[in-house]
Design a protein around this ligand. Sequence first.
Ligand SMILES: N[C@@H](CCC(=O)N[C@@H](CS)C(=O)NCC(=O)O)C(=O)O
Length: 207
Amino acid sequence: MDLYFAPLSCSLATRIALYESGQAAGFHEVLLSTKKTKAGADYLAINPKGQVPALVCDDGEILTEGVAILQYVADRAPASGLAPPAGDFARYRLQQWLNYIASEVHKQVFYTLFNPMIPVEAKTFAREVALPARFDHLSAQLKDRAYLVGDQFTVADAYLVTALNWVAPAGLDLKLWPVLANWHAEQLKRPAVARAVGEEFALRAAA
Ligand SMILES: N[C@@H](CCC(=O)N[C@@H](CS)C(=O)NCC(=O)O)C(=O)O
């Protein structure tokens, strides 16, 4: 498998899932501004949408869209518990969370805050209305539990850790949501998460 990624972007969740499940992969950094890989290849030939992540599977199939990639990686290593088995109700709960993080948190809040072409009114809405509502909901859900689904770390948690990493760069303070701040700090202590985040911080710092 080969993961196309940009440091500390949403593709970090897949790196976390790979490390959590002990699966080997090649990692190819993509320069999102030029749509080239760091090695100079045309990334649009891999993913015409120009976005990370993309996963080139061992049989040559190319998978895009983070929530699909995360479930693919998890299903290749069922013993990891990164996703409940297909058909279990818990699998639909996992998909509920993956979709919520992708659409309500990643895209509605952080895409809006980070994209310089989005008007200031939309950014104000994202910061003052959407983000507090999403974070209040997540705080209520995580108040009495260690993970989003069941009693173990899943790819939904990998995606949420990744999204919460964007709070400080967006100029916001996660401590306003103490449950989330504590949860995030706990997840960052997981060896696979610490390794993935540390490696991508180093790549970002070197850029
Ligand atoms: N729908 C895609 C969106 C992925 C996405 O937004 N990736 C960002 C990085 S977090 C990206 O590649 N941005 C560059 C761009 O949109 O041109 C998915 O869920 O995988």
